[in-house]
Write a protein that binds this ligand. Structure first.
Ligand SMILES: NC(=O)c1ccc[n+]([C@@H]2O[C@H](COP(=O)([O-])OP(=O)(O)OC[C@H]3O[C@@H](n4cnc5c(N)ncnc54)[C@H](OP(=O)(O)O)[C@@H]3O)[C@@H](O)[C@H]2O)c1
Length: 357
């Protein structure tokens, strides 16, 4: 590795600016390392974005721990960011210098259904991600930041927000009055709660913490279930819905909890299986699932069209993401350790480049 001073001299000679990135060099949180790279080269249809904020997702933690992806190292993690356009390529028409933007995490997914090539350039694995001071993204792979949000808030949208949007409105076709079950108090689940309430649906919120459930109630949850006191939460969902079950269960736990999601869903209901917090494999009671004719649908990634639809909804509803804590970029390893405790309520955000402002 080049000595820092030598790197800066070489970078100056080549007319590029060194920028700080957070690289994952191996496996485990100990292998998160700050390093300098040359700023990215700008293509004719690219935007150079100065990152102002980025947020952590469970995916970043799972990749760092070697539990997901198996992507080549060194890898810059991070899929969620917000920033300001500081330069544009000669053929850019969608944004101008000074625009506030959020990159989309799956740059080749504009609209419609994904195919086998859609995920090849996904930010934060396999492609380098957003935990970086500067980013070069195609103008097609960014959306305008909703004007009512700060950069810290906007940096929560690309993954957690759009995933919740897709689960409820693209896959789930949610209607007012429908019942949605959300699991836990992480990024995806809190967005699912806020968006479902915005659409006039009822929400049954699950958490392992009574304190966090009180906060879910403040955010609008119709009912709450403490899963540490009521492990058979599927029966409780049936009781609360007078035996009907939920229209949509947003399942982020996976593992054997997936079976409960199926029994908590109404006949012909939908379980959107998004995560694996409780385990990477599940044993299912197939007769129960078949009897209830439940659709279990996995989902990965998000389109720009969904991101733009989410931004319109947040703007018209004046909805703001729930942030647990903001860390300075230099303290990113601490932010990862905080995420790993499972204690946060909402998103963990990194403030990037504050000293340069
Ligand atoms: N498929 C996709 O496109 C996609 C997109 C985003 C996220 N995901 C996945 O969805 C999951 C959640 O992501 P996130 O970023 O929202 O996570 P997060 O912010 O880290 O939140 C996780 C929350 O889930 C609850 N939880 C933790 N362990 C649990 C367990 N064993 N059983 C039940 N609940 C548990 C906790 O809430 P309480 O303390 O309140 O119980 C915790 O705060 C992850 O598996 C992630 O990989 C998938």
């Amino acid at each position: 590795m080049l000595h820092r001073t030598a790197f800066r001299q070489l970078a100056r000679a080549a007319m590029v600016h060194p920028m700080n990135v957070l690289e994952l060099t191996g496996t485990g949180l100990d292998s998160l390392t700050f390093t300098e790279r040359a700023s990215p080269a700008l293509g004719a249809r690219d935007l150079l974005v100065r990152v102002r904020a980025a947020s952590l997702n469970y995916r970043d933690l799972a990749i760092a721990r070697g539990e997901y992806g198996g992507y080549a190292r060194p890898l810059v993690l991070g899929s969620d960011a917000a920033g300001e356009v500081v330069a544009v390529g000669s053929r850019v028409t969608r944004f101008a210098v000074g625009a506030r933007v959020c990159p989309i995490d799956t740059p080749d997914w504009i609209a419609g259904a994904p195919d086998e090539r859609t995920f090849e350039k996904r930010l934060g694995g396999p492609a380098d991600g957003v935990f970086s001071e500067l980013l070069c993204v195609s103008e097609d792979a960014a959306v305008a930041t909703p004007a009512h949000l700060t950069d810290e808030e906007a940096a929560c949208l690309a993954v957690a927000g759009v995933t919740a949007w897709q689960a409820l409105f693209v896959l789930g076709q949610l209607c007012p009055g429908d019942v949605v079950v959300v699991q836990g108090t992480g990024g995806v689940s809190l967005f699912a709660l806020q968006l479902a309430r915005l659409a006039g649906a009822q929400v049954i919120a699950l958490s392992r913490s009574a304190t966090k459930l009180a906060r879910m109630k403040d955010l609008g949850a119709t009912h709450t279930v403490d899963t540490s006191a009521t492990p058979a939460w599927d029966s409780e969902v049936l009781r609360l819905t007078h035996g009907r079950g939920a229209d949509i269960v947003v399942d982020v736990a996976g593992g054997d909890a997936l079976s409960r999601s199926i029994t908590a869903a109404r006949v012909s209901g939908l379980v959107v299986a998004l995560g694996f917090l409780d385990g990477a494999s599940s044993t299912l009671d197939l007769p129960a699932a078949i009897r209830r004719s439940v659709t279990v649908r996995t989902s990965s990634g998000r389109s720009r069209a969904s991101f733009e639809a989410l931004c319109r909804a947040l703007t018209s509803g004046g909805v703001r993401p729930v942030i647990d804590r903001v860390f300075e970029f230099a303290r990113a390893p601490e932010a990862f350790a905080h995420l790993a405790t499972g204690a946060p309520f909402g998103k963990i955000v990194l403030r990037v480049g504050a000293e340069a402002r």
